[in-house]
Write a protein that binds this ligand. Structure first.
Ligand SMILES: Cc1ncc(COP(=O)(O)O)c(C=O)c1O
Length: 394
């Protein structure tokens, strides 16, 4: 057989999915049911008004191709939504609807990166930023998000990493996996550096509605940014619509918008039509279900944070956004002489709770395990009681 392309082995994956495969195998072999506290999936059903809009779209025969960048009503709704955070308002033509938030990583990095170009990527972070960068021949330059700094970095740290080869900075706020929110002050400084060094920014704002204290700030708030930023967002997390696969990119840069559309045309032609109609309802319909989900996530966060901090050797601060908790387990790792991956494996096999090692999100995640608070309060209590009992008896 002729070999695969040279770039293929450079493509990584989302190890959170392989952990689930391992867990399912463990459940099958042992007959034991695990408590899932690792999941990045909203713990609620899609709101009824959105499901009804999907069914209506099917009954109205909205079952054919649409224009590649999306139906006008959805693009207008997206533009209006992001204009509230931006230095200059967006128009429908600044938006490209794609199949989930993820493709915007693929398309943006594809549009920008040649062999050897450098991309500054937060660490720990969503693994696909780095995977796609390496696949396309780019070089990942990690910038550490530190617990002491509420999972922010400093503008000084960032400037030191910028070289003539730097083309793109990726930011994510609120963050997966840390729950950190980049401060407005830092975003302003990142913006100033992006303008000074003529850099692009990919701003992953998929958790923008999940800011538990204060209000979301987008880097596009600052002068010069809407033209050099691609915002990534979508319906998956906010509206509990992960299976609809609706996401989008937003940019004031005309050429970038054109390339995003062209990549989407080559890749998927257009996004599922009824899902687009559902997304219009999500963005323009009543937001009460979202408000209720957010209130509940906050209560679950508080429950999880207080229970985690009662477990000897585990500690975490209350995260400001998203629905994740990055828990420092360094003391336990040192005591047992194991890695965070080994600890999670033990917790799965012996305490019967599934959580993720911080290293799934990068090298700088090695002091941590990640849990998410999308699960029900009963599951959170059950899982954390099991982990506590297990660790106390070690
Ligand atoms: C930070 C971040 N960005 C993007 C995505 C992808 O979202 P989608 O499921 O819409 O592709 C995720 C999903 O977990 C995420 O955590």
């Amino acid at each position: 057989m002729k070999p695969f392309s040279k770039r293929m082995p450079r493509l990584g994956t989302e190890n959170a999915f392989s952990v689930i495969t391992k867990a399912k195998q463990f459940e099958k072999d042992s007959g034991i049911k695990l408590v899932y506290l690792q999941i990045g999936e909203p713990g609620f059903d899609t709101p009824k008004n959105i499901k009804d809009a999907t069914i209506k779209a099917v009954n109205d025969n909205q079952t054919h191709y649409t224009a590649t960048p999306g139906i006008p009503a959805l693009r207008e709704a997206i533009a209006k939504y992001h204009s509230q955070y931006s230095y200059t308002p967006y128009a429908a033509e600044d938006t490209v609807v794609v199949a989930g938030g993820k493709p915007i990583m693929f398309y943006t990095i594809n549009a920008l990166i040649d062999e050897g170009d450098e991309v500054i990527v937060p660490n720990p972070a969503y693994p696909i930023y780095g995977s796609v960068t390496e696949y396309l021949g780019g070089k990942i330059i990690p910038i550490q998000l530190t617990e002491a700094n509420d999972f922010n970095f400093t503008a000084g740290d960032l400037e030191k990493l910028i070289t003539p080869k730097t083309k793109l900075i990726i930011i994510n706020s609120p963050q997966n996996p840390t729950g950190g929110v980049l401060t407005e002050e830092l975003l302003e400084k990142i913006a100033a550096l992006a303008v000074k060094h003529d850099l692009w920014v990919l701003s992953d704002e998929i958790y923008d509605r999940m800011v538990h204290e204060g209000k979301h700030v987008s880097i596009t708030k600052f002068a010069g940014m809407p033209d050099r930023t691609v915002i990534l967002n979508g319906c998956s997390k906010t509206y509990a619509m992960t299976g609809y696969r609706i996401g989008w990119g937003v940019t004031k840069n005309r050429e970038m918008a054109k390339y995003l559309e062209q990549l989407a045309c080559n890749d998927i032609s257009c996004v599922n039509t009824m899902a687009q109609y559902a997304a219009v309802e999500a963005l323009t319909g009543p937001q009460t279900a979202v408000d209720e989900m957010l209130k509940e996530y906050k209560a679950r966060r508080d429950l999880m944070v207080s229970m985690v901090n009662e477990i000897p050797g585990m500690s975490c601060k209350s995260p400001k956004g998203a629905f994740y908790l990055m828990i420092n387990v360094r003391k336990i790792l040192d005591k047992l002489g194991i890695t965070s991956a080994e600890l999670c494996d033990k917790i799965m096999r012996e305490a019967h709770v599934l959580i993720l090692p911080g290293t799934v999100f990068g090298l700088y995640g090695d002091d941590f395990v990640r849990m998410s608070y999308v699960s029900t309060p009963e599951q959170i209590k059950d899982g954390l009681t099991k982990i506590k009992d297990y660790l106390l008896n070690l």
